[in-house]
Design a protein around this ligand. Structure first.
Ligand code: FES
Length: 135
């Protein structure tokens, strides 16, 4: 498994609260993922519906239905089980959200990149080298 990437403090993920949305590269393409807490456990998935490959949140970070029971795609209403990402109703069929491995330790949440899902590389600020100074 790859090195863990720090995501956020554990306290940032409230039980069935707003998800934390974060940028990733999936198959080397920019994509987004989200993490939320459900039944005490932090889980994360790629923000891409199985029905049509589009982002699912109603407003940024809002993925759960009004009862806070299911992850509900805002486009056509596919419902997913937050605990494991499997489709439980609607047009997602037998599909499943792409899970991202998380770990909580010492009050922090970490995620684990995989072969297909990588962190967005940090680019050093671009710029010209400093001009030579005359003595
Ligand atoms: S795009 Fe999510 S249910 Fe259709």
């Amino acid at each position: 498994m790859s090195d863990a990437e720090l995501l956020c403090p554990s306290s940032a993920l409230e039980e069935r609260g707003r998800a934390l949305v974060f940028d990733i590269l999936q198959y080397r393409q920019p994509a987004r993922a989200f993490a939320l807490r459900f039944d005490g456990r932090a889980v994360a998935y790629v923000n891409r519906c199985v029905h049509v490959p589009t982002e699912m949140d109603w407003t940024p970070g809002e993925f759960l239905d009004s009862d806070k029971r299911w992850i509900l795609c805002s486009i056509h209403g596919a419902a997913y089980e937050p605990a494991d990402g499997r489709c439980v109703g609607g047009p997602c069929g037998r599909g499943k959200l792409t899970a991202i491995a998380l770990e909580e330790r010492d009050g922090q949440v970490y995620w684990y990149p995989s072969r297909d899902i990588q962190p967005v590389p940090f680019d050093a600020p671009a710029g010209d080298p400093p001009a030579p100074t005359s003595p």
